[in-house]
Design a protein. Structure first.
Length: 378
């Protein structure tokens, strides 16, 4: 990982660059001066991002997520300030960076991609045999979290159909941000379970890797936001699901419907998508209630076991997002991560997990080089 320092910002950049193939750049951008105004923090963050982008020939952003400390007051300023093009999916969510700043950025960039915005709201990044379809900040104003989730998923299903895709065959990853998650998550779960059943996503087939986490949007009427990633051009043989049954139980055993992780094989690499993972055992029980240090170590063990099923280790991990319920736990958890993972792009944000007893959750992505002649290269 490169840690690129600027006057009032820094960029953590990890590169996966096989010779003659699509290069991947996994980037976290942080402001380092907490005394700056929000407007100024936006400017120095975007300046740092742009400066690094100029040093990455041919790279284009395919997905960005901005983490804000006060979305109601900050989203419009961000949208007015950014020079974001129309060919990149953008997610904006209130999950305050825990370093005391007002904004942070996760950006995923690729080379040799043809990108464009589609008329249905999806964003396409195309190379060779595959089209990568991203969407961010999808929302609506239905009356409850259940109805909002139902409409979001139904609309997404229709958008995928327009691109010759289905939820079951092509969607690889979702992120579901829930305002006041302690009260609204039950409605999200009910709607997702019921829509998934109509799409042949069941305990007998498979679900989708996902993070369901607390997050506030700028509009107070938005209770649920959906970000998603799908791939057109893959075959069923390329997609595998991760279970880690020694450490984790199937999610349907406690009434929810997502996969612990998914990996996708391409001709030149393996992508591993690890869902939001917390301190849980293979009976669905919270481990180490009230002890954030032990919960952190247990979630690492769970993630490590999932990665092992994909023939990966933490060495192949290219980015991490760490969610904390209580901002008072930041210093101790950051110290643990900095000691074990000093060379991984990561961001720590304030976001309650879907069960109040879980103090910390982590998601990540890993990329591993491989040669598999059965499949087209990425």
């Amino acid at each position: 990982m490169k840690n690129i320092q600027f006057d009032k910002a820094c960029v953590e950049l990890l590169t996966f660059k096989p010779a003659g193939r699509v290069a991947e750049y996994h980037m976290m951008v942080h402001v380092t001066d907490v005394t700056l105004s929000y407007q100024r923090q936006v400017e120095v963050l975007l300046d740092a991002y742009s400066a690094v982008l100029q040093e990455l020939p041919g790279a284009v952003a395919v997905f960005k997520r901005y983490f804000l400390s006060d979305a109601a007051n900050q989203s419009d300023i961000l949208l007015a300030t950014t020079t974001e093009g129309t060919d990149c999916a953008v997610s904006i969510v209130q999950q305050a960076p825990l370093d005391g700043t007002k904004i942070a950025l996760w950006a995923y960039l690729l080379t040799d991609m043809h990108t464009k915005a589609l008329s249905n709201g999806l964003f396409e990044a195309k190379h060779g045999a595959y089209r990568h379809l991203w969407t961010g900040s999808n929302s609506n104003h239905a009356a409850t979290s259940e109805y909002q989730m139902r409409l979001l998923l139904n609309d997404y299903v229709m958008n995928l159909m327009q691109e010759g895709c289905t939820l079951a065959d092509n969607c690889m990853r979702t992120w579901i941000f829930v305002q006041n998650i302690d009260n609204n998550y039950a409605g999200v779960v009910k709607a997702r379970n019921e829509v998934f059943m109509t799409q042949n996503l069941t305990s007998e087939t498979h679900f989708i890797a996902s993070t369901g986490i607390g997050g506030r949007m700028a509009d107070p009427k938005v209770l649920v936001q959906l970000d998603a990633y799908a791939v057109e051009g893959i075959s069923p043989e390329q997609v595998h699901y991760l279970y880690a049954r020694t450490h984790l139980n199937p999610t349907y055993e406690y009434g929810v419907s997502f996969e612990r992780g998914t990996y996708i094989d391409y001709g030149d690499r393996r992508h591993v998508l690890i869902s939001g993972t917390a301190s849980i055992n293979n009976k669905g029980e919270i481990m180490y209630c009230g002890d954030v240090c032990q919960q952190t170590k247990r979630l690492w063990e769970n993630v490590e076991t999932l990665l092992a099923e994909a023939e990966c280790t933490f060495d192949e991990v290219v980015q991490m997002i760490v969610y904390l319920r209580d901002i008072a736990d930041y210093a101790v958890v950051k110290a643990l991560y900095d000691e074990r993972f000093p060379d991984k792009p990561k961001v720590f944000v304030n976001a309650p997990v879907c069960r109040s007893g879980w103090l910390v959750e982590m998601e990540c992505m890993a990329v591993k080089a491989q040669t598999d002649s059965r499949f087209s290269v990425f």
